[in-house]
Each structure stands twice: as C-alpha cells, then as structure tokens.
Design a protein around this ligand. Structure first.
Ligand code: DAH
Length: 469
C-alpha cells in the first residue's frame, strides 16, 4: 500500500477510490488530475427531457445532466433499512456499537442517527462545504450522477456534515446510499451504501483531566483562509496537524478516534483481527488515515477517517470544538463478513438469498451459501468513435457502462475494455468492450443474450454516434 503523501493528492484520492464501499480500483477518469470542467459527454444532450422529477421535486436539466432513469429507479429502495437485509444488519451493528461506545451521564446514547436523508444534494454540500478543490477529479461528470450543474445524487454520505453540524449536532451518524459512476464487475455497483460519523468535543471535555491545555495555538489568529482560494498545489498537507490546532488536542483526539474505530473493527471482525493504520489524504480531514485489516492474505481498506478540517466547523458556526470524522462502505463490510461474492446480490429479491439473513441474531453472522451458479455468456462489442471524439475527452467508458446498465440491467456481470487503437490513416479511435452476461437468478439463453447485445449496439449508435465494426 502506498502512502498517499508521496503521491499528488488528486491522484490518490478520488475521495472514494479509497473507502467507497468496495472501491479497490479507480475508474478511467482517475488519471485525469488537475484540469478544469470536463467536456460534456455524448449522453448529456441526447434524448434528454427539459425537466426531471426526482424524489417529488422537479429539476431543470442542462448539459451536466447524466442521471439515467435506471439510476433514478434506485432512489427510495433503502436496502439499508430493509428488514433482514445484510446491509441493514451491518447498519445495525455499526449503530449499536456507537450507542454502546458513547453514553451521556444518564446512560443514554450520545450519537443520533440519520438514515433517511434525501440523496439529492447540491454541489456545495457534496464538494464545496468539504473543501474539495474546484478542479478535484471526484467532481467530474464522468464520476458522478448529476441532475444538473448544481445538483447531484450524493457521492458520499459525508455530504451531510455541514448541514447537521449547523443544526447543532455534535455526535451523529449518517447512513444511506451513495451514487458513483464506475466500472462493472463483482465489487462495483453504481449505488452502494456508506455510514459516516462526526464527533465534536470542546476543550473542557477533551482536557477534563488537564484543564491547562488548549485546543488552538496561541499564535493562531482565529481566521482561516477562504478555503475556496486554496490552490491545488497547496493540498500537499502536513500529516502532523492543522496549523490552528495544538499538538496535544490533535493527539488526544487521534487516540480516541483510533481506539473507537479499532473497537468497531474488532466488534465486526473478531478480537483477533490483524489491522494497521495507513496515512492518507482527504480534502476534509487533516491528518487523515485509512484502517486496513488483514483478510484472506491481503490488506483490505475498511474505512477512512481523520481530524476534521477546522474550516468546515467554522462554516457550520462552530468555533470552539475539535472533531473527528470517519466513513465506511457497507457493501464491502457485508461482502467480507457474510462471504457474499457479488455486489449485485444486495439488489436481489430472490428469497433464496434474502432468507439466509435474519435480524433476530445480528451478532451471529451466517456465511452466504450460493443458491446455484448459472452459466456466463461472453460477447464482444467493437466500434469506431466519431472522428472528432477521443477516449476520455468526449467519450468516457463510464458513459458506455451506464448505457449498458440502462439496457441490460443486472444481466451484465462484468465489462472490460479489451482493446483500443487509433487508425493510422483516418485517426479514428476503435474500442472493443467484452461484456460478460450472467443472471443471478436464472440461466440466460444465448438467443436472449444476443438480442440484448444487439440492443446495446443499437443504443450505442444512437447515443454516441459510433460505428459498429
Ligand atoms: N467520504 C469518503 C469517501 O467516500 C470517506 C470518508 C473519509 C468520510 C474520511 C469521512 C472522513 O467522514 O473523515 O471515500
């Protein structure tokens, strides 16, 4: 595992390649670093209605719009609240752990839980409030589902931090689904679930036993630079602490946070789990870490966390506290804990899947037993991009993956870009995608697959103006 401080921050932290559920690789766009607003993709304007109705509100569309009807159909599914669903069981385990870890003097849980927040958020909530630079790769159209230039489906549950802190909360958990455009394989799905937590403490609480100590450096003016003016090059951060905090405050907070998060990990994976802390970079915390566990001969990232950037608290009207925050992907935890091999299973309504899990005994997690294994069918699709379109400039593989999801839904298990080349004479780019079809719940016939494959080809011609080879 590379330490992120050795890399330019943008290259490592596509926020999410880090903890977003089961993100282990970054998408094609991760390579693009500090560039300005991306060019609209071919899906942006074709067949697009002028308005969209999402969660009971109407939104005007524009050249940023890239949500598909298929993606919108996931809103309100609330798998994390569905009785006996493995994601709901993981949610309850996390919530119960926090209820137990922090109690007030009367013995009541200190943390409150928000698990029905509207996933439609503003660019300000998802990015600006969290100090994510305006040219950060995670904002790209190829990575998020935008409703329009100003609104999107949240890409992480961290998006709700500032509104909840502004509302006066100082210990809370947010659980919900998040939406990201990505590749198609057994660990990636455009909708997955996260839990995020914030804990703020004042000087009196943190230094109860050391009343002489301070949260903030004496020399610090109390004013911070306008975060929006921080240039990308200034993102290389000091992993020790933010300039405003005292070392004592940061160290105590770090100690408490790591103690609680190791406790959560042991609660989930057992007391003997091997773990390690890895330095990393997030725009919204400093210092920042990932917690990794040793599982099946590999180090696996389970969560991201850090000391909250003080600018975020200031924006929310909190001036006299220091905070820690963390975020964790529920699918990744559930896949490991229940031995669930394919992320699509979380969306299955098959009773053979759902009946294996029960809320009655959430401390006894069963291992998933595959109901049966249906055969795969593999078909390739090759096409020429229009002569003025380059790969990742005007066409990104994520555009194609979304189109396939819209046409074929969960029949597709995996897609890989197996070949690309530029014709030496015409200058046109040719791409070949290998599509693996396999249904989770029944056998697909070759004829059925051929028909869907034809529909994908036709839709590609319509949407991207490509020429099938
Ligand atoms: N939002 C991050 C992601 O999706 C995860 C995360 C990291 C959340 C650090 C936090 C945090 O609250 O402090 O990858």
């Amino acid at each position: 595992m590379q330490l992120s401080l050795r890399l330019p921050p943008g290259a490592l932290c596509r926020l999410a390649s880090v903890v977003g559920g089961s993100r282990t690789r970054s998408s094609s766009s991760a390579a693009a670093t500090e560039k300005s607003a991306p060019t609209p993709s071919p899906t942006a304007t074709s067949n697009q209605p002028a308005q969209l109705e999402v969660n009971g509100s109407t939104y005007a569309t524009d050249s940023w719009t890239n949500v598909t009807p298929k993606i919108l159909s996931y809103l309100g599914a609330n798998k994390h609240l569905q009785r006996d669903h493995p994601l709901s069981i993981i949610r309850q385990r996390i919530v119960d752990y926090f209820y137990g870890a922090y109690r007030n003097q009367r013995g009541n849980p200190l943390f409150s839980v928000y698990d029905k927040m509207n996933p439609v958020v503003t660019v300000q909530q998802n990015f600006d409030n969290l100090l994510i630079p305006s040219d950060h790769v995670s904002r790209q159209k190829s990575d998020c589902y935008y409703i329009n230039k100003h609104q999107l489906l949240r890409a992480h549950t961290t998006a709700h931090q500032v509104e909840l802190i502004s509302g006066g909360l100082d210990n809370f958990l947010v659980v919900g689904e998040v939406y990201r455009r990505d590749e198609i394989d057994s660990t990636h799905y455009p909708v997955f679930h996260q839990a995020d937590a914030v804990r703020l403490v004042t000087k009196d609480k943190l230094f109860e036993r050391n009343p002489g100590l301070e949260l903030f450096e004496e020399t610090w003016s109390g004013k911070l630079a306008d975060p929006r003016h921080i240039l990308p090059s200034a993102k290389i951060m000091d992993q020790t602490k933010q300039p405003c905090h005292t070392l004592e405050a940061v160290k105590l907070m770090e100690h408490e946070m790591k103690h609680v998060l190791v406790g959560l990990t042991k609660d989930l994976f057992g007391p003997r789990i091997k773990y390690r802390w890895v330095d990393t970079y997030f725009p919204f915390t400093q210092p920042s870490w990932e917690l990794e566990i040793y599982f099946k001969d590999n180090w696996l990232e389970v969560l991201g966390c850090g000391i909250m950037r003080h600018e975020i608290l200031q924006q929310a009207g909190v001036h006299q506290s220091i905070g820690y925050a963390f975020g964790v992907g529920l699918e990744r935890l559930a896949m490991v804990l229940f031995d669930i091999p394919d992320i699509r299973l979380f969306w299955s309504n098959d009773s053979g899947f759902l009946s294996q899990f029960s809320e009655k005994d959430i401390h006894n997690l069963p291992k998933y037993k595959a109901v049966s294994h249906y055969p795969q069918c593999t078909n390739d699709l090759s096409f020429w991009l229009p002569s003025d379109v380059e790969l990742d400039a005007g066409f990104s593989p994520n555009d194609f993956y979304d189109l396939v999801r819209s046409v074929a839904g969960d029949m597709v298990e995996q897609i890989s870009l197996v070949d690309k080349f530029k014709h030496p004479k015409t200058g046109k780019n040719s791409l070949c995608f290998r599509i693996v079809y396999r249904h989770m719940e029944r056998t697909l016939t070759q004829a059925e697959v051929n028909e869907i494959h034809k529909q994908i080809a036709a839709a590609s011609v319509d949407n991207f103006n490509v020429q099938i080879r």
